[in-house]
Design a protein around this ligand. Structure first.
Ligand code: HSE
Length: 340
């Protein structure tokens, strides 16, 4: 399988590391040989139809800040130039989330689909702003549009929902979907101030490039849009949601919740009557009361009740595993049968 990676930040680089470390495993377990034919970052690109040397790409990025400096394969080509010139099966879109207009991810995804490439995206911006349109575009062209790493990092939330929904109906989705705010709230419970807790979350690499996306609830809202469309079949985008973040949460609120056996969590809720993001006091024993950078998603089903999946919801390595999962499922689609 030939792939092209656009966006070579934490997640893109983690993907390259996983592909290097798991080369033999992927071949043995799934018969999958992943050749990275192009990497594009904000300063240029590296292209080789025979497959790039990923060790060298990682080293070059570390030392020069761009893969464009790779000897003989590096250039100043744009993502579109590269899309037009390489033969690839899949675009992996891992540029940063921009909620103003979804760029550059939106254009990358649209161009890739128009040129006949399957798409794996961990970029939430294009999905939050235009998920129904992008899904239709992919379906119309009989291409895959996969995004399992856009919700829950490495946690297979979407696959879990699909499994739960076999023979039953999901009526409500509730989730702690943002690692940064959950980390801040947990550290505040332990007595830390908001700013210190945020600084720690940034140091650990959980926060968005612009952390107001986390704090304001926008990141949670993006993931909730994805869940509402995918799990509940709603046709919603960001503009349909009511969104409240954690900027107004004071240490006193946290203490008061604690005195009645509760914790405050930033929860995204999607159900028939609406889709919203809000800090809520939940029982300390509730499965949604996860700590630190953990995420939790609870699905309520008509017959089988509440089911929760929890795990670490942020981090480069974790999110890169979700990309590998999506690549395996695209491989299954390309060969026409299930490997796992
Ligand atoms: N900033 C996000 C979070 C990263 O804290 O959950 C993962 O999407």
């Amino acid at each position: 399988m030939n792939i092209m990676i656009v966006g070579f930040g934490t997640v893109g680089q983690s993907l390259a590391q996983l592909l290097l470390g798991y080369r033999d495993f992927l071949k043995k377990a799934y018969g999958m040989v992943v050749r990275v034919v192009a990497i594009v970052d904000s300063k240029g690109a590296a292209v080789s139809q025979r497959g790039l040397d990923l060790d060298m790409a990682l080293r070059c990025k570390r030392e020069h800040g761009t893969v464009a400096k790779m000897p003989s394969v590096g250039s100043e080509m744009s993502a579109l130039d590269v899309l037009r010139s390489v033969e690839a099966d899949v675009l992996v879109e891992a540029t940063h989330t921009n909620l103003m207009n979804g760029e550059p991810g939106m254009t990358n995804i649209v161009n890739a689909l128009q040129l006949g490439l399957n798409v794996v995206t961990v970029n939430k911006g294009p999905l939050a702003l235009a998920m129904p349109m992008l899904k239709e575009m992919a379906e119309h062209r009989k291409l895959a549009l996969k995004f399992s790493g856009s919700v829950g990092g490495g946690l297979p939330v979407l696959a879990f929902a699909k499994e739960c929904a076999m023979g039953d109906r999901i009526v409500k989705v509730e989730g702690v979907l943002n690692g940064t705010t959950n980390y801040i709230l947990t550290r505040m419970e332990e007595g830390l101030g908001f700013d210190e807790a945020l600084a720690e979350a940034q140091e650990k690499g959980y926060a968005e490039r612009d952390p107001t996306l986390d704090i304001s609830g926008m990141d949670t809202a993006c993931k909730l849009v994805i869940l509402a469309n995918e799990v509940l079949g709603k046709r919603v985008t960001l503009k349909d949601l009511k969104i409240e973040g954690i900027a107004e949460i004071k240490p006193e609120d946290i203490k008061m919740a604690k005195s009645s056996g509760k914790v405050i969590r930033l929860i995204g809720v999607a159900e028939e009557s609406g889709v919203f993001v809000k800090p809520l006091a939940v029982d300390r024993s509730d499965p949604l009361a996860v700590k630190y950078a953990y995420n939790a998603v609870t699905l309520t089903l008509e017959n089988s009740g509440r089911h929760t999946i929890t795990g670490k919801g942020a981090g480069g390595r974790e999110t890169a595993t979700a990309i590998i999962r999506d690549l395996i499922s695209i491989k299954e689609r390309l060969i026409g049968y299930k490997i796992v």
